[in-house]
Design a protein around this ligand. Structure first.
Ligand code: IPM
Ligand code: MG
Length: 357
């Protein structure tokens, strides 16, 4: 089959981890005789340097013409002082919005091989961690208006608006119920309905939609409690659905209890159109250019891309098996290294996965 992938390496460790992911894509296309065309475009800080904006029109066009988008990471201290409206992060938020990617799927699972890397007590980890955070990605306080900083009564005031339209809640919740159906049929909706009006509406819509999914066990949890339960008893969770900001925070927490943020992939999908695949970690400027980053989150994002955007489940599984096997053989990048294992670089890790596909 023939596919076009738009590759956005971005900043910091982005280019290093993306190179490994590209090796994996090439290997899979050879093995399974697909014709996959990789086209590069700029996003984030490198786009600011070249074009003065974090999301050039050319990048948007290339993404829209592709079957899927693969992204590394954006941002870094170099662009800390640029105008707020053209920060590298705006490129990421912009492309999510342009492609209508309202659902961000962030699976967090503990690999048997990496149990000891978890920051949680072993008796908690042993009960198993295998959950997925489904984060609303194009609404909520990230995009709500009015927003800004202004002067009122001689003092500066900053504000944002957390707002959801009913259809935005309904479509993400439906998707979450569907995902739960394909897993352990447990859905936990996270909100702050004891305080926020927007959360009260969220909860009402969830309750309403639940009528169509009597086979899925639904619970509600306040976000503060959810943050606590994630470290206290993560095995209780199967699918978690929540708003943009809460999902941003909870998915970082969910990732680190599994061992390393360097292991977790994500998929952002919308209604039709290309999906976007990226590791959940950032650009890690402190280790950029040193060939020490963990490319596995990006490689696992490629697996999600094969599964969800290209509809190639066997290929997806083959990549995931390759990652599992590399870990089983004891190879570790520094972030997941424990004594007695073999420390490898970012590019060595990429080569190892490729050799096992
Ligand atoms: C993420 C990141 C982004 C977000 C930043 C870089 C804008 O933290 O993908 O989780 O807040 O969505
Ligand atoms: Mg985040």
């Amino acid at each position: 089959m023939e596919f076009n992938i738009c590759v956005l390496p971005g900043d910091g460790i982005g280019p290093e981890i993306i190179s490994q992911a590209e090796k994996v894509i090439k290997r899979v296309s050879e093995k399974f005789s697909h014709n996959i065309l990789l086209e590069h475009a700029l996003i984030g800080g490198c786009a600011i340097d070249k074009h003065g904006v974090p999301l050039p029109n050319e990048t948007i066009t290339k993404c829209k013409q592709s079957d899927a988008v693969l992204l590394g990471a954006v941002g870094g201290p170099k662009w800390d002082k640029v105008d707020h409206d053209i920060r590298p992060e705006k490129g990421l938020l912009g492309i999510r919005k342009e492609l209508g990617l309202f659902a961000n799927l962030r699976p967090a699972m503990v690999y048997d091989e990496l149990r000891e890397s978890s920051c949680l007590r072993q008796d908690i980890v042993e009960k198993g961690i295998d959950l997925i955070v489904i984060r609303e990605l194009t609404g909520g306080i990230y995009f709500g208006t009015p927003k800004g900083i202004e002067t009122k009564d001689g003092e500066r005031v900053g504000y944002n608006t957390m707002m959801y339209r009913e259809f935005e809640i309904r479509r993400i919740v439906k998707l979450a119920f569907e995902v739960a159906r394909g897993r352990k049929k447990r859905l936990c909706s996270v909100d702050k309905a004891n305080v926020l009006d927007v959360s009260r509406l969220w909860r009402e819509v969830v309750e309403d939609e639940a009528k169509n999914y009597p086979d899925v066990e639904l619970t509600h949890m306040y976000v503060d409690n959810a943050a606590m339960q994630l470290v206290l008893n993560p095995s209780q969770f199967d699918v978690v659905v929540t708003s943009n900001l809460f999902g941003d925070i909870l998915s970082d927490e969910a990732s680190i209890i599994t061992g390393s943020i360097g292991m977790l992939p994500s998929a952002s999908i919308g209604e039709g159109g290309p999906g976007l695949y990226e590791p959940i970690h950032g650009s890690a400027p402190d280790i950029a250019g040193q060939d020490r980053a963990n490319p596995l989150a990006t490689i696992l994002s490629v697996a999600m891309m094969f599964r969800y955007s290209l509809g190639l489940e066997i290929e997806a599984k083959r990549i995931e098996d390759g990652v599992n096997e590399v870990l089983r053989q004891g190879y570790r990048t520094p972030d997941i290294y424990t004594p007695g294992k073999d420390m490898v670089s970012c590019s060595q890790m990429g080569d190892l996965v490729v050799s096992l596909i």
